[in-house]
Design a binder for this molecule. Structure first.
Ligand code: PNS
Length: 163
């Protein structure tokens, strides 16, 4: 039977760390669905369609990967799309506590969906969307942290914000 996995997140914006994890996961599962959370509480820098576009561009070479968005409970969404696995990345021990809490809550909510923790390449272990945005905002180089099109979009977005 085909194993479908969902890789949820904010992806505001997608980083090379996310892409590394997507590549690793796509090699493990038959189908990987990258799912952007439509969160009304957070104020993201990029809209959901913008984030979707950047992700789609990043995964264009991976045939078994698709990009979508979701709202509501992740486990409900996973069941709805027939995913039996939730993929989450763990960069350092500091990520573990929050991820453990989420994984156990999700397990309590649905016993049909299993969380799998993946490790990104060591070279991306310090990378986060939040830090990339901060560095870009303060005029630092984000080259190598995000794909070139994301770098360009970030610069454009921040220029507009500053004007
Ligand atoms: O990239 P992020 O912001 O760390 O991703 C967090 C995400 C989207 C995985 C998490 O907030 C989530 O699953 N939200 C959906 C709502 C939900 O199911 N909440 C209960 C999770 S225990």
């Amino acid at each position: 039977m085909e194993t479908r996995a969902v890789y949820p997140g904010s992806f505001d914006p997608v980083t090379n760390g996310h892409i590394d994890l997507i590549q690793r996961s796509s090699a493990l599962f038959d189908k990987l669905i990258v799912a952007i959370l439509r969160n009304t509480e957070k104020t993201p820098l990029f809209t959901v369609p913008e984030r979707e576009e950047m992700l789609e561009h990043a995964v264009r070479g991976l045939k078994n990967v698709s990009v979508t968005s979701f709202a509501g409970l992740l486990v409900d969404y996973a069941e709805q799309i027939g995913a039996s696995v939730i993929v989450r990345g763990i960069r350092a021990v500091s990520d573990y506590e929050y991820e453990l809490q989420m994984a156990l809550m999700n397990r309590r909510l649905s016993s049909r969906v299993e969380t799998v923790f993946m490790l990104p390449a060591e070279s991306y272990s310090f990378l986060s969307s939040k830090l990339v945005k901060e560095v870009a905002q303060l005029g630092g180089s984000i080259h190598g942290f995000v794909p070139a099109d994301v770098e360009q979009r970030l610069r454009g977005k921040l220029r507009v914000k500053q004007e």
